[in-house]
Design a protein around this ligand. Structure first.
Ligand code: NAD
Ligand code: UDP
Ligand code: UDP
Length: 319
């Protein structure tokens, strides 16, 4: 789609070379906007944005959001932050800095530009929840001093900052609480469950189920998630969130392992490994608010989303 100059927005996507950020960038470019992609390439890769290298409306800046950023844009999607436990636990102090200093810098930027800003928050703000499914008015159960805290508390503090800039400076904010999302362009060594299981199954390695596999997650396909995020950004100013975005169909991790083994045609056996510390036992979004405020709900069933994801990893493994 080509847009007239006046209706075209220049949009900043931080974390734009990552899994979600690169899909969001594709979607916004398709809508005719101009994208400034900012990423320090910690977990993101140039491969995710390689196809945009010569795109006239796309620009990549290698930059760490914990440092101030001076660009001129009309809207900001703040996605920069490692999302997989092994990566966010690799340098936990940097993870907190990315969430907190990154949020302060991007909010400062939005304040100077008087522009709308959306935060990619997470279901991890609910911690290991004692309320099920999780609704936005549940305050969560998070360990403040554990190995997941750098991510969970960092994201919680970022939400606080967003709402304080909103109250104190009248900033237009949007907060999306994203639940487990999967799809093509997840990094093969990302460490999250969908990519791990698919790569293991395709390579014929055993599938590593942590704990007894009875813990649950709800998996959203990336295209559905991106659609929800864009709808949230485009919603009226009084819709600030936080809004849950995720697929409300819940699976045990053992179910997921068996499903992926079947869909890949793999004979790989399941291997039991220790359950990581503070691993949430169950997780499923209540998406009533997103349905009501955004007219949004996911369309892709797990099997239908796993097939293109498996194809993607098959191509990556073949090189
Ligand atoms: P990802 O790791 O693929 O993407 C994160 C991107 O941020 C990477 O490209 C990385 O290089 C970049 N980044 C990290 N630290 C940075 C810094 N200091 N400065 C600039 N760039 C930096 O992960 P993703 O799944 O695409 O996650 C994107 C966002 O969505 C994250 O904020 C994550 O917390 C959030 N989220 C994702 C999920 C999910 O299931 N995918 C769930 C909840 C929340
Ligand atoms: N900031 C930025 N880009 C801008 C404006 C601000 O990166 O265009 C950063 C700035 O470095 C500051 C932070 O955002 O540390 C918060 O800005 P704010 O104006 O809220 O606070 P102050 O500058 O008054 O500390
Ligand atoms: N998990 C697993 N095997 C793996 C990777 C993850 O059993 O190889 C489990 C993990 O313990 C958790 C669930 O799958 O219970 C989802 O893990 P992921 O890291 O994808 O996301 P999060 O825990 O942040 O929801």
């Amino acid at each position: 789609m080509t847009r007239l100059y006046e209706s075209r927005k220049r949009i900043l996507v931080t974390g734009g070379a990552g899994f979600l950020g690169s899909h969001l960038t594709d979607r916004l470019l398709t809508e005719g906007h101009e994208i400034v992609c900012v990423d320090n390439l910690f977990t993101g890769t140039k491969r995710n944005i390689e196809h945009l290298r010569n795109h006239q409306r796309f620009e990549f800046l290698r930059h760490d959001v914990t440092f101030p950023l001076f660009v001129e844009v009309d809207e900001i999607y703040n996605l920069a932050c490692p999302a997989s436990p092994i990566h966010y636990q690799h340098d936990p102090v940097q993870t907190t800095k990315t969430s907190v200093h990154g949020a302060i810098n991007m909010l400062g930027l939005a304040k100077r530009l008087r522009c709308k800003i959306l935060q990619a928050s997470t279901s991890e703000v609910y911690g290991d929840p004692e309320v099920h499914p999780q609704r936005e008015d549940y305050w969560g159960r998070v360990n403040p001093i554990g190995i997941r805290s750098c991510y969970d508390e960092g994201k919680r503090c970022a939400e606080t900052l967003f709402f304080d800039y909103h109250r104190q400076h009248g900033l237009k904010i949007k907060v999306a609480r994203i639940f487990n999302t999967y799809g093509p362009r997840m990094h093969p060594a990302d460490g999250r469950v969908v990519s791990n299981f698919i790569v293991q199954a395709l390579k014929g390695d055993s599938i590593t189920v942590y704990g007894d596999g009875s813990q649950t997650r709800s998996f959203c396909y990336v295209d559905d998630l991106v659609d929800g995020v864009v709808r949230l950004m485009d919603s009226p100013d009084d819709v600030t969130g936080p809004v849950n975005l995720g697929n409300p169909v819940e699976f045990t991790i053992a179910d997921l392992a068996n499903k992926i083994a079947k869909l890949t045609g793999s004979a790989a056996a399941l291997r039991s490994m220790p359950l990581p510390i503070d691993d949430p036992k169950q997780r499923r979004p209540d998406i009533g608010l997103a349905q009501k405020m955004l007219g949004w709900q996911p369309k892709t069933m797990l099997d239908d989303g796993l097939l293109p994801t498996i194809k993607y990893f098959r191509d990556v493994i073949r090189g």
